[in-house]
Each structure stands twice: as C-alpha cells, then as structure tokens.
Design a protein around this ligand. Structure first.
Ligand SMILES: *Cc1c(COP(=O)(O)O)cnc(C)c1O
Length: 465
C-alpha cells in the first residue's frame, strides 16, 4: 500500500484527491481544476493547511467543533473504548455501557420531561428517525392518517432522502426526486430578505400564522408534526423576530401537532443555553441532536424524545434502527465531550463572555458599506451583504456572487467564514477567547474591505431593480 502523508506537496495531494475522491456539495470537475484546500492539523480555533497557513476557523468545522480542536482526552477515551469494546450493536435485546451512560447524561441535560434518546450516526439519520417516530406515534394512537409533516423553505435538516425532504432547500429538491410525499413547506421568518414594509414583529407573526393556514388547509387530523431549527443555521443564520416562536408554540398546542426542534446546530451551548429551545422559549416533543453532541470528534446523532411520545412508541415494536445506533466509541467520545463542556463551564463562557464579545465586536462591522446588519444569537451570526442598506436591496447579479468573492477574500486572510447566498456566516468554536474574537473580526473587516474594492472594480455594486 502506498503511503500518503501530510508531508507530501500540496499539488500532489490535490491531484490524488481529484483522482478518486467525490466531494459533497461540490462541482467536482471545477474543484479538481482549482485544487481542494488540504487541512493537515488543528489546535484550539486554528486550522493548519498543507502550505503551513494558520487559519482561524470561524465556522467550527461545519458548526460542530464546540470544544475546539486538539483535545487529547477525546483521543484517549476513543483509544480506551476501542481496546475494550470497539463495536457492539444495541438491537436484539443488548446494550453497552457507553450507550447507557450517554443516554443518561443527555437526558440529564435535556429540558424536563425529555428522558429518552434514540441514537443515530448523524443529524440526517436522526431526522429520518423523527419522520418514523411521529408517524408511528399517531398510528399507535389510532390516527394513521395524521402523517403529514410541515417544515419551512430554506430549512436544513440533512441530506438523506428523508431529511433532505424535510429541509426546504430548493436546489437540493431539484435532484433525486425530493421531497418525498407528505411533507409541506411554509415560508421562513427571514425579515431582512423577505420582510418588505412590515416591522419585524408584524412579519414574525405573519410568518408564524402560515403554519395555522397550512394546518387548516391540510386538515389538523392529517398533520403529525412541525419541524424547525430554533435558529436556522445553514439557511443563513436567520434569527426569527421575537413574535415568531410564541405564536408557533400556540398553534402547535392548539391543533395537537408534535413540535420537532432540530437542535443539531443550536444544541450543546451554541445559543448560550444547553439547547436553542430554551433560548427561544419553546417546548418541543422531540429534539434532533448531532454536531455539538461530540464536537465532531466522532459521528453521532440522535433524537431526544419526550416522555409522552416515548411512552406511546414503547408500547409497540419500532421497526427502525442503524448498525451504528449508540456506537460505543462515538458514545464514549460524546460523553467525554459533555464532561468537558460541563467541567469547563463552556456554556456559561458562551453566555457571559464569548457571545457578548462576539456581538459587540461584530457590530463594529455594521458601518461597513457592504454590511446590511449584524444578525446574531449566541455564537451564530450572519452579515447580509447589500449594495444599499436602507432599502435592504439585493445585488443585481445572481445571489451568492458577492458572498463567494467575500468568502475567497476571507480565506486569503486566513479566516474561514462561509457564505450562504449574500450572507456571511460566523459560528466559531464555543471556547474562543476575546482575543481570538478580535482577530476574527479584524480579518473579517479586511476581507470585507477587499471585497468592496473588487466588487466596485468589477462594476457589481448595483442594486437589483
Ligand atoms: C448539519 C445539520 C443536519 C444534518 O446533520 P448531518 O450530521 O450532516 O447529517 C441536520 N439539521 C441541522 C439543523 C443541521 O445543521
């Protein structure tokens, strides 16, 4: 077997990557042409690439590395668990200590009345589980027709056929026969982009009322559940107006619709509480978890299920599960992650130090000519770019054109900041210090300045008519 190592030249690694590796969410030929960035190691909030650049990871990987990189305790726990019991399943009347211990710990951290966990290997799998859970719940209760699920446009719930159907990404639905039947999408509470002349509060209420309209259109006897992220992540960090969630909660209660909070990003501290549902004041029946559950050190996800739903599901045989449900190594590593989050008071650090600092420093960018506003909840933020702030105008060019230029300027300044359309996204590791937040914002400003120059030079600083 040939040895491929970190010490090989970047171009050689890129050529080998292009030869055999199909990348997710990529145009692989274009990527091969350009060459993928090779990340070789990471420590704290900094990545190192194969050219030796030290890049501040403003995205915590894919919103997941909550405790930061390089925690050797995590590696030691994984090694110990692999030696003791690298794998066993949790089907067919068996269990093991890592799954028992992780389920207990997650239940302890979850809101009151949510005490059962169904494990999956990822957020996508967990949301597929949720489709089965809510439909089975109503079927066991003698209402099999209560099976439709309402979600939102521009939501992200994963990339399998089930979870991708729950999601509201039009460009994903355009491929591979999604969405599957029985899933419906209402509009998102994105005031900046879609609010028109309404105040934020009016708009939040009107978007929540769309849930009621959709329930009445489908018939409440046909609707099983509503699913939403407390704060939309991959859709562009859309922080809903204050009026939105209380109205959604009222509607779910009134029509007996199960509420699924997709906590894959918001969970485990990102919004300054253990769960985004606490931050947004909602009472879900099911919470989807993944990402921050293990800080990305191992692939693991799950569904936290309330007592009422668990009681009903428990009364029947649930014909569903994954080979890796509760995988012992992933579970042991996730448990160690929860120990670190608790013993190092990382959620308190977010609430009292990191989130206020990130907010204060990012808000200094609001005077930048390209930045429309600073939208932030805890440690997730977005900066919508615009040619004209007052009217919240879109650029005349295709959505994403300016965002892509800005993202490239960020990389050139050793900062990972993603773009979703024309929104620049920040979601750093939760352990980030105030000094590193200052570095992040200074690099972001430089990237924005360079973007402005480039956009002007190319004649792109024009609003759509
Ligand atoms: C990332 C994400 C998922 C999917 O998780 P995977 O582990 O990538 O399958 C689901 N929901 C939300 C809100 C996410 O951000």
């Amino acid at each position: 077997m040939s040895v491929i190592s970190n010490h090989m030249p970047t171009a050689e690694l890129q050529a080998l990557d292009a030869a055999h590796h199909m990348h997710p969410f990529s145009e692989n030929h274009a990527l091969a042409e350009r060459g993928a960035r090779v990340i070789t190691r990471a420590e704290g909030v900094y990545l190192t690439d194969s050219d030796g650049n030290q890049i501040l990871d403003g995205m915590a990987g894919l919103w997941c590395v909550n405790i930061g990189y390089g925690r050797h305790e995590m590696a030691e726990v994984a090694a110990r668990q692999m030696k003791e019991l690298p794998y066993y399943n949790t089907f067919f009347m068996t269990t093991h200590v890592p799954a028992i211990a992780l389920a207990q710990e997650v239940a302890k951290l979850a809101p009151e009345g949510m005490n059962q966990i169904f494990f999956a290997g990822s957020g996508s799998e967990a949301n597929d589980t949720n489709i089965r859970l809510v439909r089975t719940y109503w079927a066991v209760k003698g209402k099999p027709e209560k099976s439709h699920i309402i979600s939102r446009k521009n939501a992200y719930h994963g990339s399998s056929v089930g979870s991708g159907s729950l999601g509201g990404m039009a460009y994903m639905h355009a491929q591979g026969g999604m969405p599957i039947p029985g899933i419906h999408h209402i509009n998102q509470p994105d005031w900046w982009t879609e609010g028109g002349d309404m105040t934020r509060e009016e708009f939040g209420l009107s978007r929540a009322k769309e849930l009621e309209e959709k329930i009445l259109e489908l018939g409440e006897e046909n609707v099983a559940a509503f699913i939403a992220e407390p704060v939309q992540g991959a859709g562009g960090v859309i922080v809903p107006p204050e009026t939105y969630w209380p109205e959604i909660q009222r509607i779910c209660d009134k029509y007996e619709i199960l509420l699924i909070a997709d906590e894959v990003i918001c969970g485990f501290g990102r919004t300054g509480n253990w769960f985004g549902s606490e931050t947004m004041g909602i009472r879900p029946h099911i919470m989807t978890i993944a990402k921050g559950l293990s800080s990305g050190y191992q692939p693991i996800g799950g569904s936290i299920v309330c007592d009422e739903v668990a009681e009903v599901i428990g009364s029947t045989e649930f014909n569903h599960g994954y080979t890796y449900s509760g995988h012992p190594v992933a579970a042991a590593v996730a448990l160690e992650n929860l120990r670190i989050l608790q013993e190092e008071n990382i959620v308190e650090h977010v609430r009292d130090v990191a989130a206020p600092a990130l907010k204060a420093k990012l808000e200094t960018l609001a005077d930048h000519p390209l930045v429309g506003e600073v939208s932030i909840k805890g440690m997730m933020a977005s900066l919508p770019l615009t040619p004209h702030k007052e009217s919240r105008a879109k650029f005349a060019v295709d959505s994403g054109t300016i965002g892509l230029i800005c993202r490239d300027r960020c990389f050139a300044n050793n900062l990972v900041m993603r773009h979703v359309g024309e929104r620049m996204i920040v979601s750093p590791p939760l352990i980030i210090t105030e000094d590193d937040i200052s570095t992040l914002v200074a690099r972001a400003r430089k990237a924005l300045d360079e973007t402005y120059v480039e956009v002007k030079q190319q004649g792109l600083l024009k609003a759509a008519s």
